[in-house]
Design a protein around this ligand. Sequence first.
Ligand SMILES: [Mn+2]
Length: 208
Amino acid sequence: MYAILDQPIDNEWCFWVDDDAFFMQLDIPLESFLTNVARRTEMIFPKSPVNPLGGWTSLSSGNFFFKRTQAVHDFFENALSLDLVMIQKWWDTDKYGMFTKGDQDKIVYARAHSLRIRRATRIIPYSTFNFRPYHFDKTADEHFLVHFATPGISKDDSITAFQTRFDFPDRSLLARMQVSCADRLYERPCTVQSMQDTVSQRSGRTTQ
Ligand SMILES: [Mn+2]
């Protein structure tokens, strides 16, 4: 949300994508999802699919469109300031699905408390672009995007399984830092500090 708050207010459409989501159909422009969007619409969130364990959420903040307007900026500024403990007490699982203990819940709460924002938001089916690895049967480019938000398996393992299943020649979906940590796993445990060391070494800086 800090990254979104850093954006200029220029009324341009943007697409947020988590670091555990990847575009798989690079020939399809993002603009193709914005045809026939009402003038009042300033954010477009997909729902989540129902995962293999039955979990779902009323919206997914892992990949969504937002317009760089003052109203959207103010919305995220307000959402960011909210207290998760307060939100958890308010949370209605039947209505909003899983409580995920993060920014997504803040977005759900802030939206539920703003008629202005509800009117400016479109919630679309998960099958527009919020696909998970278990939706891919045939090829890695079967759907527009893959989001490694999967229960019961770490993101790295989920990415590695996907790459193995579709014969990726390399480990390109894993972040370089993660690959480096995975490769060094048998040498020493991977900690946040060792990841920071890796970053510092790569950028030629010394660790403070
Ligand atoms: Mn995610």
